[in-house]
Write a protein that binds this ligand. Structure first.
Ligand code: PHE
Length: 459
């Protein structure tokens, strides 16, 4: 490698432990925490689901996270090169490429949803967030199928991500995360307090936390596990890429645990933000996009009907926090492909970021248009949006996660794994044997079950 190439690839890293935690937690805390977790909890037995979810995070999520950290920090390179290094260039290198591809494919459609949040911030600001329940339904239907607006918003979100990514790891990602994550947390607390103080809020709290043991079945376990993996950003290249910016002193297990705890707290708080308000006005919460973009704006408006300005303020705060959550995840997704192109093609970071921004804008625009603006853009009667969601979340995620566990558990020499696990013997590594046991047997089996279950082969 020429000297100027080496200079170009001089490896950046995070400057502080809090930077490591906030940036990686930023990746983990996303739309999954706010719109998926609360609803799944309500549907699957409340407190029981939370307990099962936390166990899945502790016993399966954290070991998978640590495995990606090990690959990333050992490789000190983008996800593809990091796996290649550890695999000695052998067939296992393919996992890294798949991780990069998954991260890349998700970036575009994640940006579309982030864009909807942007439009809702704007609508709250200009006073368009009031009307009948039907109004909110119409509003979302016309936004998501509009040929121009959501595409422009997708471009805005990816443009913002570009501005942060182009500044680099420390001045861009780390600085932005240090600002955005605490803000997100404060905004979340504001709504939790407002929501829990509403008359009739107790019913929502009950719904969320009252254990209903009759709901436990294998579906609940598998849903909790799938949600845990998605929420922790496992198998998309993000954790591995960020870990390549960790220092030799970063305690991998300790950091993974802290990040997982933050992720769980945000998810539970999101439940406390949504259900008390929904039950206070007697609206039954639904799932997915309609919960966040149709039901909630209506709930906030009704709940604070006495003081309309407060209703607007709460919906503004809500969509601002949702946008922040989406952006920090988007940054980590974008970084996966940016680091890959930067290092593999030996081009500057800015140029790599530009290529990723433009290509993901195109993918995002196509996904958005496929939702209704351009009828013919469907494949097998599915919108591109759904196809990307399915292929990345339900096919690639389990495959990459499964192969990573098998690779680390069975093929990488345990001496090397132990060195990373214990920071070259400076930490005690008390849980090492448990960790190896989990990644060797328990995690791959659990992932295999989710995979078969999602494909409907396990009923
Ligand atoms: N963890 C994010 C969420 O909860 C989603 C995500 C997955 C982000 C993979 C980055 C990578 O929404």
């Amino acid at each position: 490698m020429k000297t100027n190439e080496r200079a170009m690839l001089k490896r950046a890293n995070f400057g502080s432990h809090i930077g490591v935690i906030l940036a990686t937690a930023g990746s983990a805390v996303g739309l999954g925490n706010v719109w998926r977790f609360p609803y799944m909890t309500g549907e699957n037995g409340g407190a029981v689901f939370i307990i099962i979810y936390v166990l899945c995070v502790l016993l399966l999520g954290i070991p998978c996270m640590v495995s990606e950290f090990i690959v990333g920090r050992h490789g000190r390179a983008n996800t593809a090169r990091a796996y290649r290094k550890l695999a000695g260039g052998g067939p296992w290198s393919i996992i890294g490429y798949m991780g990069v591809l998954t991260g890349f494919l998700i970036t575009g459609y994640y940006a579309v949803v982030a864009g909807w949040c942007g439009q809702y911030i704007w609508a709250s600001l200009i006073g368009h967030m009031s009307g009948s329940p039907e109004y909110f339904r119409q509003y979302f239907a016309s936004l998501s199928t509009d040929p121009v607006k959501p595409v422009l918003w997708t471009v805005v979100m990816l443009g913002l991500t570009y501005l942060i990514i182009a500044k680099g790891v420390r001045d861009g990602i780390e600085r932005a995360s240090k600002l955005m994550m605490p803000t997100l947390f404060i905004l979340l607390l504001v709504i939790v307090v407002a929501s829990c103080m509403l008359p009739g809020a107790e019913k929502g709290i009950d719904f969320l936390f009252k254990p209903d043991f009759t709901k436990i079945n294998s579906d609940v376990f598998l849903s909790a596990l799938g949600q845990a993996f998605y929420s922790l950003s496992i198998a998309m290249g993000c954790l591995c890429t960020y870990a390549s910016y960790f220092s030799r002193e970063t305690n991998l297990v300790g950091s993974a645990t802290q990040i997982a705890v933050i992720d769980c707290i945000v998810a539970i708080l999101a439940g406390l933000m949504i259900f008390p308000a929904a039950f206070a006005v007697g609206v039954s919460p639904d799932s997915g996009a309609s919960l966040v973009f149709i039901t909630l704006p209506n709930v906030f408006q009704q709940a604070f009907a006495g003081i309309p300005a407060l209703g607007y303020a709460i919906s503004l705060v809500f969509f601002a926090l949702l946008t922040l959550a989406a952006l920090t995840s988007l940054i980590s997704l974008h970084e996966v492909s940016t680091a890959f192109l930067h290092e593999e093609l030996v081009i500057t970071r800015k140029k790599a970021a530009r290529i990723v921004t433009i290509t993901t804008m195109i993918i995002g625009a196509l996904c958005s248009l496929s939702l209704g603006a351009v009828e013919f853009m469907t494949v097998w009667e599915q919108t591109l949006f759904d196809i990307f969601d399915f292929v990345t979340g339900q096919i690639f995620l389990p495959i990459v996660g499964f192969l990573t566990c098998i690779f680390i558990g069975w093929f990488v020499p345990h001496k090397l794994v132990r060195q990373e696990f214990t920071n070259w013997g400076t930490l005690r590594g008390r849980f090492f044997h448990l960790y190896i046991f989990l990644v060797k047997y328990v995690c791959p089996m659990a992932i295999l079950f989710i995979f078969l279950h999602q494909l409907g082969l396990l009923d």
